[in-house]
Design a protein around this ligand. Structure first.
Ligand code: PLP
Length: 356
């Protein structure tokens, strides 16, 4: 349906030999998918080309006003050597929701998926195969007008780059310590919190550094209006298991609707575990802990899949959750999701797209 011209590199890079040292986001494959947009013309020149720098004028809009959106997904290598994606259309549909809020053009989901598949075929050998490793995929859209006026750009570039990434938990699932940020906020209702746009992350970096200095791995954000409702963590949505029910904050505009979050809600229903999307305060969580009803807490996102929370700190208080160990359901969600993603567990939801 979509013919994507492919120009293969004449200078292939050396692939990393030791897959236990891949880390995250530092090595890039030999190719990238690129296409450009102009108002009145639409998207044009969709192509797979050798990976390389863009030369851009210093006045390019994206550098000044951050009209930029991105996505994050992975390509997994199955035991039989084949490759597969997990819910890729959901990522591109979410990107279109981000685009609409940021005054940027929508992409044709089937076209960019065809572009991604053409790219993955060119770079198939870059998908690692050691347990837990994968190829991280970063679709990005930037405003490319050269001008300093603040208005929607007339030109955009969409591109996809890929990075082989190491196992998030090389030594098995491990609980993290999380710091509830008491003052700084990430997003507000009516703003851009539900979009994957660079500015949200720029706004979060300082709090992340402060939490690290205090000895915590991640920041838990509270709502921007009353500073009491739980929103999300860094690049993860939050789940709490309280008295037998899984609770996660609802999508009211200030938090990112994670595809992992949605998958866990569907898995919980499939497992007959009661699940509620409802607002809850950090006080509710500490109260539940005091009553002995806070059974598990974890974050969810593409990078870690699930990240068990062992310690939660808020002002001068700190609680330990699941005795600092991994909760039983946390482990179950991790095993089921990674099993489906890597193709070792049957996929009853039609989430997986095999690409060879
Ligand atoms: C990407 C992201 C998530 C997780 O989304 P997934 O689709 O599950 O990877 C959660 N919160 C924020 C702020 C994010 O950027």
């Amino acid at each position: 349906m979509y013919e994507i011209p492919v120009t293969l590199t004449q200078n292939p890079k050396k692939k990393p030999e030791d897959e236990s040292k891949l880390g995250f986001g530092k090595i890039f494959t030999d190719h990238m998918f690129v296409m450009d947009y102009e108002v009145g013309r639409g998207w044009y020149d969709a192509r797979v080309v050798p990976y390389g720098p863009f030369v851009m004028d210093p006045a390019t809009t994206v550098f000044h006003y951050a009209q930029e959106i991105f996505e994050g997904m992975k390509c997994y290598r199955r035991q039989d050597g084949g490759l597969q994606l997990f819910r890729p259309r959901d990522n591109f549909e979410r990107m279109n929701r981000s685009a609409a809020r940021m005054g940027m053009p929508a992409v044709d989901v089937e076209q960019v998926l065809a572009g991604l598949i053409a790219l993955l075929k060119a770079d198939a050998d870059w998908v690692p195969s050691a347990p837990g490793t994968s190829l991280y995929i970063r679709p990005t859209m930037i405003a490319t007008d050269v001008m300093l006026g603040v208005h929607a750009s007339h030109n955009y570039r969409f591109y996809i780059i890929c990075s082989p990434s190491g196992a998030y938990y090389p030594k098995g699932l491990a609980p993290v310590g999380i710091y509830v940020e008491p003052e700084l906020v990430r997003a507000v209702k009516g703003g851009v919190g539900f979009t994957k746009t660079g500015g949200n992350y720029a706004a979060s970096i300082l709090a992340g550094e402060l939490a690290k200095q205090k000895g915590y791995e991640q920041v838990l954000w509270l709502d921007g209006r009353e500073n009491k409702y739980i929103e999300e963590v860094g690049a993860m949505n939050m789940f709490f298991k309280i008295n037998g029910t899984l609770v996660t904050p609802p999508l009211l505009g200030s938090i990112l609707g994670g595809i992992t979050r949605d998958s866990i809600i569907k898995l919980a229903k499939h497992m007959n575990l009661p699940v509620e999307e409802r607002s809850l305060t950090v006080q509710d969580v500490f109260d539940a802990a005091e009553r002995g009803e806070l059974e598990e807490a974890f974050g969810s996102g593409t990078a870690a899949v699930v990240s068990p929370v062992g310690r939660l700190a808020w002002n001068d208080k700190e609680i330990t959750i699941s005795g600092g160990e991994i909760g039983a359901y946390t482990q179950k969600f991790y095993d089921m999701l990674t099993g489906i993603q890597f193709g070792s567990v049957q996929d009853p939801f039609d989430w997986v797209l095999k690409i060879d």
